[in-house]
Design a binder for this molecule. Structure first.
Ligand code: GLU
Length: 421
């Protein structure tokens, strides 16, 4: 494609990764644009009344990557960095992620360019509801199903569901996932991504012959993914030596008390102020020696600058797109030194349990928590085995292997269906 609306560093990164995997899979040139470029992109203006009486307009987006396997699926991000390129890249990654896990979805992602921490609770509700209202013609339980991402949570999903339902004149639980259990959500969704990361870290440790009780971990990001990952790793016996969020970073080789951190976050809403003794420069945190490094915040934090200096055994990507292609090339050269759990495998627990939520909502039949996690771990185990086997067989990195499996699924469905989806 010579020109498109998709640009920026994050989309370029998704494109570069795709080209690499397409070359490996020898996908003919004429099929590549269909596989990479999103089917649809929606841009909306969302006006709200601010508390001080002003009217302000925020830009919102939703990108639906492909319709080949079923409805599209993916989170909604409220962050200052949001633009159509970033959202498109995240939608593309959702596609490979869903395909790798065997879910009947194409990828999607949406977002609003806003710092949610600058909004009052009333303004946040108004913006969430306005965004969903603008999206009503383009989403639906069998068209596109939203979920939380950075800057959104269960409450925002409840407002989305309620706004959509008011328009339909009846409750449509299955329009979004990641809802509170009291509003048609599933048990386990909130913890799903973090517990999935911890499960896969456990499998990687087994693979390397390291006991969880002897391992240390550093977690960057203490939102829904990072905090549950830290908690679940600690539950498995891993010592958490470092954590950070956008306000502070802490490192203590003797181990941090995760329950204490959690209590601090519940009270203050941020890590800053937790301790004055173990503070450390956030950029240094990634370079400390540990067994498991979990980037669980932003894209593009592992770069060609810090990749040569990482001192971890396992890189477990809780965030989407934390490692740049340049950093990947360096990790590849470092060979078996660092065992990478690539994002589309490592953080897939979220969308897998979102799928369970959607299935339960459609059936009006709800599962016990044990059933949710049993099914989740079975899917993650299968994906983990597939990625390891494919990487070995094709002599490629875990990331390339995970993507190759995902891209293959979408490619063969497109080949058998035709041009429509
Ligand atoms: N936003 C999450 C992700 O990036 C979850 C998406 C979903 O549950 O649909 O995987």
């Amino acid at each position: 494609m010579s020109r498109s609306i998709y640009g920026g560093a994050v989309f370029e990164m998704a494109k570069q990764q795709f080209e690499q995997v397409a070359n490996h899979l020898q996908i003919p040139k004429m099929e590549r644009d269909r596989l990479l470029y999103p089917k649809r992109a929606i841009a909306v203006s969302c006006p709200i009344h601010r508390d001080d009486g002003r009217t302000e307009v925020f830009q919102g987006y939703r990108v639906q990557h492909h319709l080949t396997l079923g409805p599209t699926k993916g989170g909604t991000r409220f962050a200052p960095s949001v633009d159509v390129g970033e959202v498109a890249a995240l939608a593309v990654w959702m596609s490979w992620k869903c395909a790798l896990a065997g879910l009947p979805y194409g990828g999607a992602k949406g977002g609003i360019t806003v710092d949610p921490y600058t909004l009052s609770p009333r303004e946040l509700e108004a913006l969430s509801r306005r965004y969903m209202q603008e999206m009503i013609p383009f989403v639906g339980p069998h068209t596109d199903v939203m979920a939380p991402d950075m800057g959104t949570n269960e409450q925002v999903m409840a407002w989305f569901m309620d706004t959509y339902s008011m328009y339909q004149g009846q409750t449509i639980n299955e329009i979004v996932t990641g809802k509170p259990v009291s509003a048609g959500g599933t048990l386990g969704r909130r913890e799903a991504t973090g517990r999935g990361v911890a499960y896969l870290v456990g499998r990687a440790l087994d693979h390397l012959g390291v006991k969880a009780g002897d391992a240390t971990a550093i977690v960057q990001g203490f939102g829904n993914v990072g905090s549950v990952t830290a908690y679940s790793l600690a539950e498995r016996g891993v010592k958490i030596t470092g954590v950070s969020d956008h306000t502070a970073a802490y490192y203590d080789p003797a181990g941090l008390d995760v329950a204490e951190l959690q209590r601090h976050i519940t009270k203050r809403g941020q890590l800053a102020g937790f301790s004055s003794q173990s503070t450390i420069e956030p950029s240094d945190l990634l370079l400390r020696k540990c067994d498991v490094l979990v980037p669980a915040a932003m894209e593009q934090v592992i770069t060609d600058q810090n990749a040569p200096k990482l001192k971890c055994r396992i890189l477990a990507e809780g965030a989407n797109g934390p490692t740049t292609p340049e950093a990947d090339a360096i990790l590849d050269r470092r060979g078996s030194e660092i065992f990478v759990l690539p994002d589309i495998l490592c953080n897939a627990g979220g969308v897998i349990v979102s799928y369970f939520e959607w299935v339960q909502d459609l059936q009006r039949l709800f599962w016990e928590e044990a059933e949710v996690f049993d099914r989740l771990y079975r899917i993650l185990e299968r994906s983990f085995q597939q990625v390891i086997a494919r990487a070995k067989h094709d002599r490629i990195s875990h990331r390339m292997a995970a993507m190759a499996i995902g891209v293959n699924v979408v490619q063969s469905a497109k080949r058998t269906r035709g041009l429509f989806p």
